[in-house]
Design a protein around this ligand. Structure first.
Ligand code: SAM
Length: 288
């Protein structure tokens, strides 16, 4: 007789609790034990770890997290999954479930309430329709985190980890790399999920920086300059920054770029984070 697989368990749980995978909530349940093992391995969770899981689904990965971690706090938006999750997880007293939309929650207070001052590790097979908003919320809200291990669409993983010079490098690369050090840990084929998504995925590990990688006069301005530089990728830096809402005359931009040793004909996608930092600091001084 063949072994009872994760796919069988997922199918049975869906039948038992009358669950249909919701497209609206981006539900693609993980059914590959090798991939699950890889996520657990790179997340480096142990008995001292406080884990925040986003979108536990039917609880397949959640159980493994509870076996290894000190505490697991999970946030699931779909009320139709709550009964199945509660029953599946009833054997674990280190598990807590919140039925809500992660994007609406005050995560800072929630982490403090549940984990005190201990840095949390986020582990999630993210719903693809809101991947970037969730990642940016986790990074921008000053949360007490040490790492984020996530499954995302392969293209998003490549954009997150991209270096200057290529087509994948952009606002997402710089925004994530400002807060964290990304590493693509595995490429995951669509067959690892039930139902199968239309795209391949990747496991990304983000090691949260405890100090900013560049010294900035004004963080908001730094990101405004980056967004302006990439708003029209084909334009030169000079033309992209001119008329971008930064209210700078062309001749001023030329001077500012020159003072940073940056050729005005370059495109935004060729600038390193250090160059964007130097440029935004010069613009800040000029506008002050
Ligand atoms: N962790 C499960 C697994 O690996 O099989 C399910 C992953 S599935 C790709 C994404 C999960 O996120 C679903 O359970 C979905 O209901 C949940 N989800 C979607 N949007 C959410 C939101 N805004 N807040 C919290 N959970 C959400």
């Amino acid at each position: 007789m063949r072994d009872y697989t994760l796919a069988d368990a997922t199918r049975d749980a869906m039948k038992k609790f009358d669950i249909r995978a919701s497209k609206k909530y981006g539900q693609n349940f993980l059914i590959d034990p090798g991939v699950l093992g890889k996520i657990l391995e790179v997340s480096a969770i142990d008995k001292d770890s406080m884990v925040l899981e986003i979108g536990p689904g039917l609880g397949t990965m959640t159980k493994q997290l509870c076996e290894r971690a000190g505490k697991v706090l999970a946030i699931e938006i779909d009320k139709d999954l709550i009964k199945a999750l509660s029953i599946n997880m009833s054997g674990y007293d280190n598990f807590k479930l919140i039925n809500d939309d992660v994007l609406r929650l005050d995560l800072k207070s929630l982490l403090k309430e549940n984990f005190g001052d201990i840095k949390a590790r986020v582990v999630a097979n993210l719903p693809y329709y809101i991947t970037s908003p969730i990642i940016m919320k986790l990074l921008e809200e000053g949360l007490n985190l040490s790492s984020i291990t996530i499954m995302v669409q392969k293209e998003v993983a490549q954009r997150i980890a991209a270096a200057p010079g290529g087509k994948d490098y952009g606002v997402l690369s710089l925004s994530v790399q400002y807060y964290a050090i990304p590493e693509i840990a595995a490429i995951v084929p669509a067959e690892a999920f039930m139902p199968m998504p239309g795209v391949d995925s990747a496991v990304v590990n983000l090691k949260i920086r405890q100090e900013a990688p560049v010294a900035l006069e004004d963080e908001a301005l730094f990101f405004r300059v980056i967004k302006a530089a990439f708003a029209q990728r084909r334009k030169t830096l000079l033309n992209a920054l001119y008329g971008s809402g930064l209210n700078l005359e062309k001749s001023w931009i030329e001077e500012l770029l020159k003072s940073c040793d940056i050729d005005a004909k370059r495109r935004g996608e060729t600038l390193s984070m250090n160059e964007f930092a130097a440029l935004s600091n010069k613009i800040w001084l000029f506008l002050k």
